[in-house]
Design a protein around this ligand. Structure first.
Ligand SMILES: [Zn+2]
Length: 299
C-alpha cells in the first residue's frame, strides 16, 4: 500500500456520509499518518477510502470507510461479481449496483451470515444479494447441538459442510469465507459442495494457506474419521475468532492449506483459478481468492 498525502477535500466530503464511528477512526488514522488507499468499493459501490483499522493483517483490517467491509470480503465480492457476469451475463461494478432484474436467476449458498460490527468489520453481501428478486440466497451456520437443516432464522439453516441437507444441483454459487480450515473432514465438505452445485456452478472461497509448499500443514491429525475423540492436536491448538459466533466465540483450526488443495479440487471436477494479486483500486491487498468452476461433465 502506498503512502499518500493526508485526506483531501474530496475524501472528506465522501467521509461526511460515512457513519460517525467510522469517521472517528479515520481521524485517528490521519493522526497516526498510517497509509490508506482511495478507490471504488466492489461491495457498496462508493468512491471511498480504504484504511487500516485494528488488526494484524490488511486481509482482515483494511476497511472501507463507507461499508466497513474488509479486504477479504471485497475479494469475495469481486468473485461474486465475476460469477454473476459469467452465469447471468450481468456486468456490475459493485454488489450495490446489481440491477433489479436479470434474464437469469441465480441461487447462492453463503456459509457466512451477514453481520455488522462497526468499527471492526461488516459482511453485508448475502443481504445485498437477497435484495435482488432474481437472486435466491441461503445462508448457513454451524450449530452442532441443533439438528442439521433446522431453521435458524430468516434465510438461514443449520448446516454441517460434511453432510449438507441440500439436494444435488441446488446452487449456482457457493461461498465459504475462511471456513474450510475449521472443517474436520474437509474432503467430505468439498465433495458435498461439488454435489450441491449445478454443473458449471462456481465455488468461491478464502482460506488460510501457503503457496510456498504443496503439502497442507496439519494442526490436528484425524486418525479415525468416525471418532473425533481420537483426534490429535499438533502443538499449540489454534483458534480463530468467528464473526458469526457470540461474543468471544472461537473455532479450532485444523490446517493451513498448501497448493495440494488445487489438486484436490481438480480431482473433484473443479477448474481452479487462484489469485492473490493486489487490487488497490478496490481496496484488496494481501488477499487471496479461490475461484473454482465445476465442470459440466456428468458426475
Ligand atoms: Zn464499501
Amino acid at each position: 500500500m502506498t503512502n499518500v498525502p493526508p485526506l483531501g477535500r474530496w475524501a472528506s466530503r465522501r467521509l461526511s456520509r460515512a457513519v460517525p464511528i467510522v469517521r472517528s477512526i479515520t481521524d485517528a488514522q490521519e493522526r497516526s499518518a498510517s497509509p490508506y488507499l482511495l478507490g471504488a468499493c466492489p461491495v457498496c459501490g462508493e468512491a471511498t477510502v480504504f484504511f487500516a483499522g485494528p488488526g494484524p493483517s490488511q486481509r482482515e483490517s483494511l476497511l472501507c470507510a463507507s461499508c466497513v467491509t474488509t479486504s477479504r470480503y471485497r475479494s469475495i465480492a469481486l468473485g461474486v461479481l465475476r460469477c454473476i457476469l459469467e452465469l447471468a451475463g450481468v456486468d456490475a461494478p459493485s454488489i450495490a449496483q446489481l440491477p433489479e432484474r436479470a434474464r437469469r436467476s441465480l441461487t447462492v449458498l453463503d456459509t457466512q451470515v451477514p453481520f455488522r460490527y462497526p468499527p471492526y468489520a461488516a459482511y453485508p453481501i448475502p443481504e445485498m444479494l437477497a435484495n435482488r428478486s432474481w437472486i435466491d440466497v441461503c445462508c448457513s451456520q454451524y450449530e452442532p447441538e441443533v439438528p442439521w437443516g433446522a431453521d435458524l432464522g430468516p434465510g438461514t439453516t443449520n448446516q454441517n459442510l460434511e453432510q449438507l441437507t441440500f439436494a444435488d444441483d441446488s446452487f449456482d454459487l457457493v461461498i465459504t469465507g475462511d471456513v474450510l480450515e475449521h472443517v474436520r473432514l474437509d474432503d467430505r465438505a468439498l465433495r458435498e459442495i461439488a454435489r450441491i452445485l449445478r454443473p458449471g456452478g462456481i465455488f468461491i472461497f478464502t482460506v488460510p494457506h501457503t503457496r510456498d509448499q504443496q503439502d497442507t500443514i496439519m494442526k490436528v491429525l484425524v486418525h479415525d474419521p468416525e471418532n473425533p475423540g481420537a483426534d490429535e492436536i499438533i502443538g499449540v491448538p489454534e483458534y480463530h475468532r468467528s464473526p458469526g459466533a457470540e461474543e468471544g466465540g472461537s473455532v479450532l483450526s485444523y490446517r493451513v492449506y498448501g497448493t495440494e488443495i488445487d489438486d484436490h479440487l481438480a480431482a473433484l471436477g473443479f477448474a481452479v483459478d487462484y489469485s492473490c494479486s493486489p487490487r488497490p483500486e478496490h481496496g484488496v491487498i494481501d488477499t487471496e481468492l479461490f475461484y473454482c468452476r465445476l465442470g459440466t461433465v456428468a458426475r
